[in-house]
Design a protein around this ligand. Structure first.
Ligand code: ADP
Ligand code: MG
Length: 476
């Protein structure tokens, strides 16, 4: 994930890695992610074996001990071709390929590592893979069109705004800022706008780029002392689209450059469309002046999907894949897989692959679905959220969730709060600061609560039983 890395590998593998990284970041928290997972990069994929590079042996061992199982599980789910994930130490000496690192070149596909001017070897993220050679824009996914976007209550506003911007000959809302959690359709809508404009008015220059690529190109321009060309490229477009703006957090220089590009385009009446995982106001690490610019047009969010939308999407995707999806299977999937559309789609692809390759009659049944997805369903069933924990614990002790999150220190409120913090640590993969935020406290308070409850469990059997009851209720 090194932002300055240069390397070419298979697009889909890099995309999958990026998605996995976003998920790991959510699961383990930003601090753990930045320390241990961000420095990792994809090395090679061959014969079902995925190799991931760590910069040092210590880091490699740490990742194996703490994160490898999870990485393997998520990846396997995304790509059933992956049978094994192995970790290797990245060798930085010139001229070596990742294959050399394993001592057995025949096992791992040789990959091209191109040296940067500083002689650093690394692996590309989305950046190079998506970049067209002769322009700053990225390739667009032809499937991400308005026609293929299923509209429901939770995304109709964002969809309408996107369509309006795409169809208007003149600048309408500027900037259009789309935001949502992962896998809910931001990139799909951005590509749909770009393709619509390119088709309907080929004279307009549209640049679509992820914020990560923008950053990468800017860093390169600085390195090659080529910032004039960089500025020129970005300031001469008719429509500038930057996806996942949250990647610019704390990158002050790139934010400055972006700010000037932004201002210059808006002043000359050019359309800007942006996306992020949070609203401009809630974005962390973005300068205030930039935030206020981001807020100055139309801000549209895509909310988490509801059952009907998930059902609609499943039917649409099944039709596109050419499979017949029985209603009871569709309802089962729409009920169970509610986190992101990407996961929903992934599950459908797995079922489709099985039904096409393995089952004789091609018929999809509920039994077969449950069997194919059993690992995925198990992990979904086990996923307890802090919100649920707060609710269940509050109910159990007859207080309200509001009281639990309040600053009250009375024992009848403080104790349940500590128990909820303890269970959140035990039953979720959230970090201490993340848990703390849910209770409006800092991570030291959570740490203290966890210790306190551990003591209580030893000292007080009735307390231990209550906690056991709660744990049981939450895990079922
Ligand atoms: P985000 O950028 O918000 O993380 P994406 O745009 O990459 O999410 O969407 C993830 C996947 O879900 C893509 O394959 C996309 O086509 C699909 N998807 C998202 N929303 C919809 C929708 N409303 N209708 C059809 N497919 C959708
Ligand atoms: Mg996206």
């Amino acid at each position: 994930m090194a932002e300055e890395a240069i390397y070419n590998d298979d697009i889909s593998i890099n995309n999958q890695w990026d998605e996995i990284c976003s998920q790991l970041k959510m699961e383990f928290g930003e601090t753990a992610f930045d320390s241990w997972l961000k420095p990792l990069s994809v090395s090679s994929f061959d014969n079902g074996v995925m190799s991931i590079c760590a910069p040092t042996a210590f880091m490699k061992n740490w990742v194996i001990a703490h994160y490898s199982e999870r990485i393997h599980r998520i990846w396997e789910r995304k790509n059933p071709e992956i049978k094994e994930v192995q970790f290797v130490v990245q060798n930085l000496s010139a001229g070596q390929t990742a294959g050399n690192l394993h001592g057995d070149n025949s096992l791992i596909k040789k990959i091209k590592l191109s040296p940067t001017p500083q002689g650093i070897y690394g692996l590309n993220t989305v950046a190079n893979n998506y970049a067209d050679c002769d322009s700053y824009s990225s390739k667009l996914n032809p499937a991400f069109t308005f026609e293929n976007f299923v509209v429901g209550k939770t995304n109709e506003f964002a969809y309408a705004a996107a369509r309006k911007v795409a169809e208007s000959k003149n600048v309408s809302f500027n900037p259009l800022f789309l935001y949502s959690g992962v896998g809910l359709g931001k990139t799909h809508l951005m590509h749909a706008i770009a393709q619509y404009i390119k088709n309907s008015d080929p004279k307009r220059t549209v640049v679509y780029i992820s914020a990560e690529q923008f950053l990468y190109k800017f860093v390169n321009a600085l390195r090659y002392k080529d910032t004039d060309a960089f500025k020129e490229q970005f300031r001469s477009v008719d429509v500038l689209m930057i996806d996942d703006v949250q990647f610019l957090a704390n990158k002050t220089k790139t934010q400055d450059e972006f700010f000037y590009t932004f201002t210059s385009l808006i002043e000359s009446g050019k359309q800007i469309i942006l996306s992020a995982d949070k609203s401009p106001t809630d974005l962390d690490g973005i300068e205030n002046r930039l935030k206020s610019r981001l807020n100055s047009g139309l801000v549209a969010d895509i909310m988490p999907t509801d059952f009907d939308l998930r059902l609609g999407i499943l039917h649409k995707k099944a039709e596109q894949m050419g499979i017949i999806l029985p209603e009871n299977v569709a309802e089962f999937l729409a009920q169970k897989i509610s986190s992101s559309i990407r996961e929903l789609e992934g599950s459908l692809k797995r079922i489709a692959a099985h039904s096409l390759l393995l089952s004789s009659g091609n018929e999809i049944t509920l039994d077969m679905t449950q069997d194919i997805l059993k690992d995925m369903l198990r992990s979904i069933d086990r996923k307890t959220t802090i919100d649920e924990i707060q609710k269940k614990v509050a109910e159990y002790f007859n207080i309200s969730v509001k009281e639990m999150q309040s600053s009250r220190r009375a024992r009848n409120v403080a104790r349940p709060r500590q128990i909820a913090m303890y269970l959140a640590k035990q039953l979720t993969s959230r970090s201490l600061p993340e848990i703390g935020r849910k209770f409006d406290r800092d991570h030291t308070t959570v740490m203290h609560a966890v210790r306190k409850v551990e003591e209580l469990i030893v000292e007080d059997t009735s307390m231990a039983e209550s906690i056991d009851d709660l744990r049981h209720a939450l895990e079922c």
